[in-house]
Write a new protein. Sequence first.
Length: 332
Amino acid sequence: MDRPQDNFAGASFASDNTAPATPEVMEALSTANRGPQPAYGADEITARLERRFAELFEHDVAVFPVATGTAANALALSACTTPWGLMYSHRLAHVNEHEAGAPEFYSGGTRLVPLDGPNGKLSLDALKSELDAAGFGVVHESQPQAVTITQASEAGTLYRLDEIRAIADLVHGRGMTLHMDGARFANAAAGLGTAPADLTWRAGIDIMSFGATKNGALAAEAVIAFDPALATSLAFRRKRAGHLLSKQRYLSAQIEAGLIDGRWLGWARHANAMAQHLAQGLTALGVATLDFPVEANEIFVRLPEPVIAGLEADGFAFPTAARRPTSSSSGW
């Protein structure tokens, strides 16, 4: 809301989901709207997008655009599992806390096993202990089949290359598949300054969800399979799940707009820099503490209740779902 005395307008820190799409994305949609194109992904924009991803990741890839991150994660994990399987994630992972059982639903019954780890990242030791106790090959037991990690994590922290490789070595050593939820992959790549190929398939990622909605798009994500065997069923899984858009070119155009001239990294660098700037300003006040290191574009800050109330009264928007009766915490 505005304060009439100085025309002050509070700022929105609610989520990167609340931000508008970039002008480049809107222009790409307008361009895609000039005339007809073949349906169901047979259009030239989708073909071009797959080539751009192959160039970006320095690897042949199969690309499956969808409209939401939940669809991307659930479909990707369904390709890695069977109904009698187990998939492992961090306890704070979006697939565990905020997808209403979609990964289990689309996999036909695979069970999700949440594990702990510091700063929102899966602990290698915790994962190893869980797998050591699993009944591999025992007909009475659900079978471990996949692990998912989120980059950047739900706590706004980043997996380093050695951490990804160590998890991948453990996972592959047990005959399992490693998925990356890359809803904020752009922020991770920008924050680490590491090539996308090094952060994914070279480090042992088999399949990923590539996020665009949180980085400038209107509504567009993509499942990217580095392993051709995982891509085989995805076209049918996506169709059966109702996520194959007839006018898929509008999804592809949004994602491609970010890949042109490295825009996706530029947008993410800006978001990361603003998060750092905000975190530094908040901590300088002397009344704020951070729950996690600020390594991407997410901030989880603890403020006194009167400060939160004052900010809200001034029109500032930020999520307060993390509040508990004994806690004054907000994720920005």
